[in-house]
Design a protein around this ligand. Structure first.
Ligand code: M6R
Length: 600
């Protein structure tokens, strides 16, 4: 789960690579490194830690070609030695890798018995060592021989000291784009086209098993059997500017505050954007939502929309588990894969599994050029703009806005919603951006609450119906950026075991904005209070009785039950943000995590 980047062109490749790494750091920030060929030797710099650490020490001469890497550690601890590029023992080959080599142990043993010495604990080093072993003057041939030995998933870039003008590359189940600018003067290789800035580019996405040799102004492509192939390129406009925090302290808070706008954007021109999906729903006997983390929580809310508005049986499954539930994958199961990045390996594998059983697939995704967007039968683009903070916020509210509109539209078509219900829902949905703004206007009160609770290390987040996935999502936000134990629970389930944990040191955060289960959640609050646990309630304005029970209340605007997740989730996001800030945590790049999880 890393980012790979390469450059050949007229600019200083080292500078371009550093700038590319900035854009790819969301894929991992355990270490970074750059390598190029200079006067017949490999010149490189690599460093454990974030890119800022590399920038402190890098002193490389200008190069016209370089490869660069940002790492999320899988095999081997976070260290300079395990940082990429990895080399063969003689330092002839430099290689960067995103993915996992599953048979690296067998290959390592084989090379060791031939006397090869290893310098790192990574799986990737075996690739560099194998290339060197097979090299007899033809770099591409050695690379191709090596590829035939590898099992696993990868996007690879490699250079050789005797071939100062070429980069070889290959992809297997990991994204790799090759972009050539319009003038043909620069070629960029990247895990994500988001690194393309300024120019317009013709971009080739390598399919699984394909490889390439890149020289200045020339790209030679090879198919699975190493035959030379031609591929169509896609024209992509490089973004005009790099993402910026503006006046905000962190990307997370900036992205939280963007939500009134991004929720509106999710509904712009939606009828047209959703149109290709309607056909797929016609033949669907049930819907299976797939996703991980926040995107899985959005899918859980999606199941409620489809059941409540359309009456289609719908289930949501964590993507990494879904692929084993073959009985769900009948050809009439319609699969909706939710993903901000469109590159999450678990979601992609689950998508491929359901497709192999004949299911049709829809991607709901925030990246137009992602693997998920390309592989699903059709996609709905979230248009939320780049989400940089590892902790996902605006993508979630855009996902549920899209799902709500999809549900309402299908409910209308199938007449499972009356005209009045449809109008009420649409009107309530139109009010959501201003209701979210009301929550944002309470940021300083939510900050006070976060400061008050910031010394606790254990939390339950509870809710019923629409507030259950909301509780799960809010608990995930807190644990992810504050490293405290926070668990989401259906409020009715607490008494079946978890209640035993409660005492004065174990607060409960209660999401109360689900009208249909109001009386029951009030009873659950009483049960919690009787055990002496502090209660922070997030409650709709009309539910004044909560004031007498909870220690603290954050009020949210009254709305219809299905739309209550918007405002309540934003409270959860702000609470998590200010809690982490009070505790001095690294908010945008929490430890051990990466924005895009590209390994299973
Ligand atoms: O890009 P995706 O939506 O597929 O990512 C899925 C999860 O990795 C992601 O939502 C993760 O749980 C977030 N860091 C949560 O804030």
């Amino acid at each position: 789960m890393c980012g790979v980047f390469g450059y050949i062109g007229e600019k200083n490749a080292v500078d371009v690579c550093l700038s590319g790494l900035e854009q790819l750091e969301y894929r991992g920030y355990d270490s970074t490194g750059i390598a190029g060929v200079h006067q017949g030797t490999i010149s490189f710099c690599k460093k454990a830690g974030k890119l800022s650490e590399l920038k402190k020490v890098i002193q490389m001469q200008p190069l016209s070609l370089a490869i660069a890497h940002t790492r999320w550690a899988t095999h081997g601890k976070v260290s300079d030695q395990n940082a990429h590029p990895q080399f063969d023992e003689k330092g002839s080959v430099a290689l960067i890798h995103n993915g996992i080599i599953e048979n690296y142990n067998v290959l390592k043993e084989e090379l060791r018995t031939q006397g090869v010495r290893f310098a790192s604990e990574t799986d990737s080093e075996v690739i560099a060592q194998l290339i060197a072993k097979y090299y007899q003057g033809d770099f591409l041939e050695a690379f191709h021989k090596t590829l035939s030995r590898l099992k696993g998933i990868f996007a690879l870039l490699a250079i050789h000291k005797n071939h100062p003008d070429e980069i070889v590359a290959s992809a297997l189940h990991c994204p790799l784009a090759i972009a050539i600018n319009e003038q043909g003067t620069e070629t960029i290789l990247s895990s994500d086209p988001c690194t393309l800035i300024g120019d317009n580019y013709n971009v080739i996405f390598l399919q699984s098993g394909e490889s390439a040799k890149i020289q200045k102004g020339k790209v030679s492509l090879y198919g699975k059997s190493l035959e030379q192939i031609d591929k169509k390129s896609t024209r992509i406009e490089g973004s005009s500017q790099k993402p910026s925090k503006g006046s905000f302290e962190h990307f997370m808070i900036k992205e939280i505050f963007e939500q009134p706008l991004t929720i509106q954007k999710a509904s712009l021109n939606i009828e047209h954007r959703m149109a290709p999906t309607f056909e797929l729903f016609r033949d669907a006997s049930r819907v299976l939502f797939l996703g991980c983390g926040t995107s899985a929580h959005a899918g859980q809310i999606g199941t409620l929309f489809l059941e409540d508005f359309v009456g289609i049986p719908a289930i949501s499954e964590i993507a990494s588990e879904a692929r084993y539930r073959v009985s769900l994958m009948e050809p009439t199961t319609l699969c909706i894969a939710m993903s901000q990045s469109g590159e999450t390996a678990d979601t992609l594998s689950a998508l491929r599994a359901v497709q192999s059983h004949g299911c049709k697939t829809i991607a709901i995704c925030n990246s137009l050029n992602s693997t998920l967007a390309r592989e699903a039968d059709t996609m709905i683009f979230l248009q939320a703009g780049p989400e940089i903070s590892v902790c996902s916020t605006k993508a979630f509210t855009s996902q549920i806005a899209t799902l709500a509109l999809l549900g309402i539209r299908l409910g209308k078509e199938r007449k499972t919603l009356s005209l009045k219900e449809e109008e009420q829902l649409l009107q309530a949905l139109e009010r959501i951006p201003s209701e979210v703004q009301c929550v944002l206007d309470q940021a300083s009160w939510i900050e006070k609450m976060a400061q008050k609770y910031a010394d606790f290390n254990n939390f339950f987040f509870m809710g019923r119906r629409y507030m259950f996935p909301t509780a799960l999502e809010s608990a995930l936000k807190l644990k992810e950026i504050s490293y405290v134990n926070a668990n989401g629970y259906p409020a009715g389930e607490l008494k079946h075991g978890p209640l035993a944990l409660l005492d004065a040191q174990f607060p409960v955060i209660a999401f109360c904005a689900n009208l249909a289960t109001e009386e029951k959640i009030v009873s659950n609050l009483m049960e919690v209070k009787a055990r002496g646990a502090p209660i922070l309630a997030i409650a709709p304005h009309h539910l004044t009785s909560v004031k007498e029970i909870a220690d603290d209340v954050i009020w949210v605007p009254d709305t219809l039950d299905p739309l209550a997740p918007f405002a309540s989730t934003v409270v959860g996001q702000l609470f998590a943000y200010f809690f982490a800030k009070t505790r001095g945590c690294a908010i945008d790049q929490p430890r051990n995590l990466a924005k895009s999880v590209t390994v299973e």
